[in-house]
Design a protein around this ligand. Structure first.
Ligand code: NAP
Length: 341
């Protein structure tokens, strides 16, 4: 499918270091699928939403090479193409999207209007807020990982795969992300070894079948990486250990790609929004948080589904609830047992 993409042109964004601008009706934090969809719906409801987009426009999905399971695109499309389309659609109806500016501090404790400060020195106020700040890839926290990040250690195959043409890489993890990204890496690398701590994959069947059929893919089961080893500032090997036998091996490789899950970007809401034991913001089915007027959607509150399609649905629901709440209309009361974390 050929897509006609254009670069988005941001509308006028208030620069407001003193927080003196008029109070916004709705501010959306985050510019991934949940945030952009909330922006689309809010813009069409004439709420003139302001999106504070963060430093990774489009969020994690923009780093995905190909999305094959987003409805309406039978031939698939890149994450960046999908984000470009969503951005264009939200802006078409009047959403203002401020990129490369991230939330540094919020005040939700004193009720609406809420104050939001950003790391570029601005401050905004809003009657309502939709939080869609997403999640960040988890690290292994092993020796060598941090030191060699950017020099062989990576969390993004789309970004860095190109640098491993005809080289050997190791992929850590057994979920959908690990297998999808490992398959992508076979386009460049001469050999891809998936190192997984168990002897079966967590990834879906379709991906598994594709992975087992790919001759460049190899699997090292029941194994973890204890250390990433480098020479002259570049990855040269990993120290593997078999969790069943305890056997240790020095395994040569040029790169280590880590896909072992994510953590929600919710630290800035600590003490202000209710979070679960894993740090995900707790919402009910209407995407309401424990603070009236603050809603949340997408991976910041979803530990279970984590699909572009579910984030889009949650962004829609959050915008619809916010709109009702702003209009002073009744928002249905849900029984406590119906709420989800
Ligand atoms: P995930 O499903 O949580 O898988 C994480 C993988 O990393 C698991 O195999 C886990 O092992 C392993 N792991 C976790 N901590 C580890 C550690 N410290 N050391 C070694 N291995 C570790 O995460 P994900 O793959 O990022 O997927 C997240 C969600 O997004 C899932 O719901 C997934 O379905 C979805 N997703 C979907 C698609 C798609 O549909 N195309 C693509 C990407 C992601 P165990 O298996 O032993 O727990």
């Amino acid at each position: 499918m050929k897509l006609n993409l254009t670069t988005s042109t941001p509308n006028t964004i208030p620069e407001d270091p003193a927080g003196e601008h008029p109070v916004e009706k709705l501010i959306i934090l985050g510019s991934g699928p949940a945030g952009l969809t909330a922006a689309l719906y809010a813009a069409r409801a004439k709420l003139n939403p302001l999106v504070i987009g963060g430093h990774e426009p489009g969020g994690q999905v923009s780093l995905t090479y190909e999305i094959e399971n987003y409805p309406g695109f039978p031939e698939g499309l890149s994450g960046q193409a999908l984000v470009d389309l969503m951005t264009r659609q939200a802006e078409k109806f009047g959403a203002r999207i401020k990129l490369f500016s991230a939330v540094s501090e919020v005040d939700f404790a004193h009720g609406s209007p809420f104050t939001i400060k950003t790391d570029d020195g601005n401050a905004y106020r809003a009657e309502s807020v939709i939080v869609t700040t997403g999640a960040t890839p988890r690290h292994l926290d092993i020796p060598g990982e941090r030191e060699l990040t950017g020099n062989g250690v990576s969390y993004c195959a789309t970004c860095d795969g190109f640098f491993f043409r005809d080289k050997r890489v190791v992929v850590v993890g057994g979920g959908d992300s690990a297998i999808e990204e490992a398959l992508f890496l076979t386009r460049f690398a001469s050999r891809v070894d998936v190192v997984h701590r168990r002897d079966e994959l967590r990834a879906g069947q379709t991906l598994q079948q594709r992975a087992f059929a790919n001759e460049k893919m190899h699997f090292i089961w029941d194994t973890v990486i204890d250390e990433v080893i480098g020479e002259d500032g570049k990855v040269t090997a990993v120290r593997l250990s078999n969790v069943k036998t305890g056997e240790e091996t020095l395994y040569p490789t040029d790169g280590v790609f880590i896909f072992i899950g994510h953590d929600p970007n919710s630290d800035m809401f600590k003490g202000q929004l209710e979070r679960d034991d894993f740090g995900y913001v707790v919402t009910d089915r209407l995407m309401r948080t424990n603070v009236e007027g603050v809603f949340a959607a997408g991976e910041i509150q979803d530990r279970v589904f984590r699909q572009v399609a579910t984030s889009v649905g949650q962004g829609t629901a959050a915008a619809l609830t916010a709109e009702r709440w702003l209009a002073g209309r009744e928002v249905p009361v849900l029984a406590a047992t119906e709420s989800a974390g």
